[in-house]
Design a protein around this ligand. Sequence first.
Ligand code: DAH
Length: 340
Amino acid sequence: MIDKVQALKEEIQAFKANKQEELETFRMKFISRKSDISVLFEGMKSLSVEEKKKLGPALNQLKQSAQERFKELIGIVESTKTASEGSHMDMTLPPIGATIGSMHPLSAIKNRIIEIFERIGFNVADGPEIEDDWHNFSALNFPENHPAREMQDTFFVERDPDIVLRTHTSNVQTRLMENNQPPLRSIMPGRVFRNEAISARAHCIFHQVEGIYIDKNVGFADLKQTIFHFAKEMFGKHTKIRFRPSYFPFTEPSAEVDISCNICQGKGCNICKYTGWVEIAGSGMVDPNVLSNCDIDPEEYTGFAFGMGIERITMLKYQIKDLRLFTENDVRFLKQFRSL
Ligand code: DAH
């Protein structure tokens, strides 16, 4: 029997396979339940204990080498298969172009906003998305019972003392002013969070860009000129702006900024609801209380601040009517921004 084992071993090593059928022959002869090796195992039953001890390990080794060789042969057959399939390839066919992704419109507009402000001397600052009450609210002069602090607007991470998901990028203003003395000229893009039902016009996660300029003798005219410059760069040189008096706890005076509707040039359309104007930002002169809260002397320094929604600017720029499109990851939507 040991001779038979040796003979099979040699046969296994010498076996060659290039085709699927040859693999099958190998499998039948050396692997399957009816293989020569299985027959030998079967034959063991009638042997004496002594003989079994001798033959057992040799047979096991044989079985293992059969399995290893089988794997090798499968590899060989697979590789010849692909090589021969390759020979059927029509090399004259034009190649299928690789599909390239595109920049998300919100990223493209954020980058554009940064570019516009960087050219006029603003740098980019960053701050945390999980924020304490002081930086998100108190330092910004929010009264204790201001509605923005209520549950309907704010996602609370912890209560007493409150830790929140920042409701606006104005928290970075606070941090910037606390840690640096003027002159300060920064923009602060980032994600913000509000407990709002998701609809075509609102989302619980969106993006803002905050801007701040603090120095000696900064006035409202500087704010107007900066926003005017931005609007023309972003929406075209014929864009007009107007300021509407408004209220924010952290600015005094405060104003909302409208631009002439970039779709109808102010003639009236459904985007501007036939008013000729669309809102793009909140703004104002930084309240002296906010400056003192951040250890900046309001007698010496003044400044302006503004905040705008990146979704809003992007929707106006590309006439996107539903905010949910930004987060649905529908490639048909995203593909339209390939050129950005
Ligand atoms: N934080 C305001 C908001 O989320 C936007 C804003 C308004 C920011 C006026 C400012 C500002 O810096 O001066 O609605």
